[in-house]
Design a protein around this ligand. Structure first.
Ligand code: GRF
Length: 221
């Protein structure tokens, strides 16, 4: 029996290259996902063009139009409920979602972050990696809970930091790897293989004690 396609909403604020990677994977038949809505908090987010050219409905919900975070979050929640989004993918969504929102959608929101969490939560991750002299960095996808970049980590991809790297070269090399990670991880959700269980990640019915690591051959270990 074939499963219904997972319905997802993607929240963006900027370039939307990860959104584009998801759209490409859907078009090439690699991802059985239905992106029911792209939501941006910025009307001029370049990523909105990717949604429009793929005929995905878009909502711009700007914080400038609301008196506080709670009412802004509530407007986003209303759209998500109307669209019956089962998975909420934060892909470069640069605004913190409040506790009420993260509680309401607990286990349904995932975020892509450019570091090996729990290292380097927050902004400016490449600079901090270089300043620390780390020899490796990467990207993580985690369930979103109330704390910033703090929810249980589902998956990661790793890259080496090279001696000549600067923030631009690191971000240029990590970008395509993030795209692979988001497509592969959302693929696990599409197959209903990942669940959120009492602040832990379960994969194929088993709670995992470390994030799934995406290897070059496209498999998780
Ligand atoms: C990515 O680096 C992601 O890790 C971070 O924001 C960036 C989004 O890039 N959360 P894009 O808008 O998908 O191109």
């Amino acid at each position: 029996m074939t499963q219904d396609k997972l319905k997802a909403a993607v929240l963006i604020s900027g370039t939307g290259s990860n959104l584009k990677a998801l759209i490409n994977a859907i078009s090439s038949g690699d991802l059985e996902l239905d992106i029911v809505k792209v939501i941006s908090n910025r009307g001029h987010a370049p990523g909105l063009a990717h949604a429009k050219s793929a005929a995905i409905p878009v909502s711009v919900i700007s914080q400038a139009d609301f008196p506080d975070r709670q009412s802004h979050d509530a407007a986003i929640a209303e759209v998500l409920l109307q669209d019956q989004a089962e998975l909420i993918i934060l892909a470069g969504y640069m605004r913190i979602l409040g506790e009420e929102f993260t509680h309401k959608f607990r286990g349904q929101i995932i975020n892509l972050h450019p570091s090996l969490l729990p290292l380097y939560k927050g902004l400016d991750t490449y600079r901090r990696v270089l300043e620390a002299g780390d020899v490796e960095t990467g990207a993580s996808i985690h369930f979103v809970t109330a704390g910033l970049d703090s929810g249980p980590v589902i998956s990661q991809i790793r890259i080496p930091v090279l001696p000549d790297d600067d923030t631009a070269s690191l971000s240029a090399r990590l970008g395509p790897q993030e795209h692979k990670l988001v497509v592969a991880t959302v693929g696990l959700f599409c197959k209903r293989q990942i669940q959120y269980e009492q602040d832990e990640v379960s994969y194929l019915g088993q709670v995992i004690d470390r994030p799934l690591l995406l290897k070059d051959d496209g498999r998780f270990v």
